[in-house]
Ligand binder design. Structure first.
Ligand code: FES
Ligand code: FES
Length: 159
């Protein structure tokens, strides 16, 4: 099957690329564009490790085709740090021991990044519900929840 030409915005920059119509977004990001920060765990929408933000909403990139982002705005974990400086949410993860092996971390960060933009003052329960679709096998979630609660929407989100 012939490749499709895609035009989209990736982490604030216009990008043009070709993708096989059957390639999912996670593979396109990792293998097509070299953005290996997006992790792939279950590959069927359960673990959340592959979460990226498309047009402001968190999506499972293992369940989305690359061709679906044509004309869209895509944000990956690589876009969070600016000028070599961690985003407030990333820094909060570091401060609160919100990661151990780090495999779930890109998906957790992108899920919470999108969540905090629309939920400026979440309760602990709000945060736990927000990350309920993201599996972490290391931390017990407490540090992740504390990191999110100390990061306001204003600090945690950037255009
Ligand atoms: Fe996409 Fe697990 S790899 S949800
Ligand atoms: Fe290891 Fe979450 S830090 S899976």
């Amino acid at each position: 099957m012939s490749e499709r030409h895609l035009s989209f915005t990736l982490n604030g920059e216009r990008r043009e690329a070709n993708a096989d119509p059957r390639m999912h977004l996670a593979d396109f990001l990792r293998h097509g564009l070299g953005l290996t920060g997006t992790h792939v765990g279950c590959e069927h929408g359960v673990c959340g490790a592959c979460t990226v933000i498309v047009d402001g909403a968190p999506v499972r990139s293992c369940l989305m085709l690359a061709v679906q982002v044509d004309g869209c705005t895509v944000e990956t974990v690589e876009g969070l740090a600016k000028g070599g400086e961690l985003s407030p949410l990333q820094q909060a993860f570091a401060n609160h021991h919100g990661l151990q092996c780090g495999f779930c971390t890109p998906g957790m960060l992108m899920t919470l990044e999108a969540f905090l933009r629309v939920t400026p003052s979440p309760t602990e329960q709000d945060v736990r519900i927000a990350i309920s679709g993201n599996t972490c096998r290391c931390t017990g979630y407490q540090g992740i929840v504390e990191a999110a609660l100390t990061t306001t929407a204003a600090k945690g989100s950037r255009p």
